[in-house]
Design a protein around this ligand. Structure first.
Ligand SMILES: [Zn+2]
Length: 168
């Protein structure tokens, strides 16, 4: 049989699963994929609509085919849903131990990301206000985002009803 590169899964291959977990720690499988990008697409779609669900966490597991015992599974990363420092909706997903985070509300999209060059730096931004800031910690980044929202609201009051803050 010719190898097309899309052949069967073989011993030693890796597959990925995404599991959604609710407040009662009940688990629900979202997907099993071979490619990271495919799984990422499913997760992104799910995160965007999770606000109306009980799901507060997503766990991504990496499975090695043909392994006996607990080593067959390795936890790749977790995503935890929280209140957004900007829009206050519970559409803010935090990766692992506050590595990065992003709001999946389509009108907000506030984010926190480690800087790719300076490892002591963590950046945050709020696309709706076209603002980004460099911070020294995740906690600081969250506070800065909350401040951005407060400043936008203050400006909106000054310029009267040109900007409707409820749209952010
Ligand atoms: Zn938000």
């Amino acid at each position: 049989m010719e190898d097309t590169g899309h052949g069967m899964v073989a011993r030693g291959d890796r597959v990925l699963t995404a599991i959604a977990i609710d407040r009662e720690a009940r688990e629900e499988v979202l997907a099993m994929m071979i490619e990271d990008e495919d799984l990422e697409m499913v997760i992104r779609g799910f995160m965007a609509d999770a606000e109306s669900t009980d799901i507060i966490e997503i766990r991504i597991d990496s499975w090695t085919v043909g392994t006996i015992g607990p080593e067959a599974r390795e936890i790749e990363r977790t995503l935890r849903r929280d209140a957004c420092p900007v829009c206050t909706r519970t559409s803010f997903w935090i990766e692992d131990d506050e590595v990065r985070a992003g709001c999946h509300d389509r009108l907000c999209k506030a984010w926190i990301e480690p800087n790719s060059v300076d490892e002591d730096r963590i950046d945050c931004g709020w696309p709706s206000a076209q603002r980004t800031r460099a911070c020294s910690s995740f906690g600081e980044a969250k506070r800065v985002l909350t401040q951005m929202r407060a400043e936008a609201e203050a400006n909106a009051v000054e310029t009267t009803d040109i900007v409707d803050v409820s749209e952010f």
